[in-house]
Design a binder for this molecule. Sequence first.
Ligand code: HEC
Ligand code: HEC
Ligand code: HEC
Ligand code: HEC
Ligand code: HEC
Length: 364
Amino acid sequence: MSKWLVVFSLILSVVMGLTIWDAYRQEFPGYQKAYFNMVELNSQTKSQQEWAGSQRVELKQQNIGELRRLDRCQTCHLAVENPGFTNAPEPLRTHPSLLDSHPPERFGCAVCHGGNERGTTTSIAHGETEGQNKRLLKGEYMQATCYACHTEKTLPPRTTRAVMQGKKLLNVNMCLRCHQINGEGGNEGPDLSEVGSRRDWMWTYAHFINPQAMNLVSTMPRFQLSRDEIKYLTIFLATMQNNRDKVTDNRFIAHKSADPNWRWPEKQAGGQTSVMKGANLIPTLEYEGKELFTGAGCKTCHSIGRSGGEVGPALSYIARKYDRDTFVRLLRNPADVFPQGLMPQLNLNEKQVQALADYLSTLK
Ligand code: HEC
Ligand code: HEC
Ligand code: HEC
Ligand code: HEC
Ligand code: HEC
């Protein structure tokens, strides 16, 4: 009996190993080959063509000793510094500004975007597998990481507004009655000085909506907070990093004030309508709704069947209640469907919105 168990688990681990290896093998080499091909197809000069021909598929990593980081995001995001790729689909699009002042070889990517900088598959690098606590920060949530090196003095006020609002709300709600930050405050709840390294932003957000749903024995009160207030508190808490994640090296701290007219880059539209030659060579990740439901974090708050969180309503039969159009509107902007509700803006891209709307429509 036990012999078969050993044989069976051996087979199982080989199969699992192969699956992981396969995912690893397929994803980034596909993007790299597509990139080199696209450079070649769109090249204007002989030297560009030669460059493309001489490239090899390999892990790309920035070893940033001063920040104790090994950043591999460019293994897939190869075109960030190539000005010719503004019309390409992700992950091969030119970066919207900021890289002149924060060059990748000095800063890497995760220092602003969050995510798991060592990951080499999309879901792991973007911090979207279950149990990770390094989910990509998007949109306003990125202010938390700007604040690691900038203050309200070196960036235009609107660029740190969410962090400032969060700090204010922490005082207004007297969170330090129960919590400590940097040695100040009460002891009823855990110390929050490093909570941003310990908890994914989505966990923190969900915990504000309903502490008991995230921790059965929690004695933390449910505050009457609005969607925006929860967002601001969550962004502020994401700035609370441990010594490993904190930027302490003075050479990386901004001292000069940025141009007061500096603007946050415009969110770029889909990118799938690309006109670049060879864009069709980029392998597209086919999202499976169920997988994305976990990846996009829905499962933190919602259950389907018996699995998932209890912060938001159960969704097992949700297609009986709403049509597909409503799902699309909700996923693009929850406030559009629930103006007074608490579900967060997840900054999903359009591909994700459509895949999730398809999936939700099957839940009857
Ligand atoms: C294995 C390849 C891969 C790696 C490694 C990777 N990415 Fe991505 N990234 C992608 C793909 C593919 C997309 C486009 C996804 C889509 O269309 O939904 C993307 C999209 C993005 C986006 C845009 C998200 C959006 O709203 O659509 C950001 C920001 C991003 N990546 C940041 C990062 C950062 C930061 C890292 C490193 C921590 C990283 N990526 C590592 C493949 C990768
Ligand atoms: C100084 C901070 C900073 C650094 C460093 C940085 N980014 Fe960004 N990035 C931004 C900001 C700000 C945006 C606009 C995002 C938004 O509004 O959601 C952005 C946008 C993006 C987008 C497009 C997302 C969209 O909404 O269209 C991708 C993909 C991306 N960055 C990847 C990277 C990669 C890969 C690197 C490393 C080479 C990197 N970034 C380095 C700040 C940074
Ligand atoms: C790891 C530290 C670090 C992070 C994180 C960081 N910056 Fe910077 N930033 C700097 C440094 C250093 C400078 C150069 C200015 C100086 O030396 O005082 C700078 C300069 C700038 C400038 C002025 C130059 C320009 O490009 O116009 C802007 C604007 C700026 N940062 C925006 C941002 C934003 C927005 C974020 C978050 C998305 C961010 N930074 C995140 C360190 C950082
Ligand atoms: C009456 C006391 C009390 C007050 C006031 C209070 N909390 Fe809590 N908090 C707790 C307790 C107890 C826990 C631990 C149980 C749990 O995880 O819910 C906790 C947990 C947390 C956690 C999770 C920390 C972790 O790492 O697990 C966060 C984040 C948090 N509180 C933030 C806040 C913020 C922000 C405020 C103010 C808006 C606040 N709390 C007000 C008692 C309180
Ligand atoms: C941080 C918690 C949280 C996350 C993450 C979250 N939701 Fe929600 N969701 C809620 C809450 C709370 C509601 C109830 C309405 C409100 O308050 O906005 C809700 C409502 C809904 C509803 C309507 C349910 C009904 O019975 O009316 C759907 C559908 C839904 N969410 C889908 C999703 C999907 C899909 C995702 C992932 C892309 C997601 N949610 C992520 C908290 C969350």
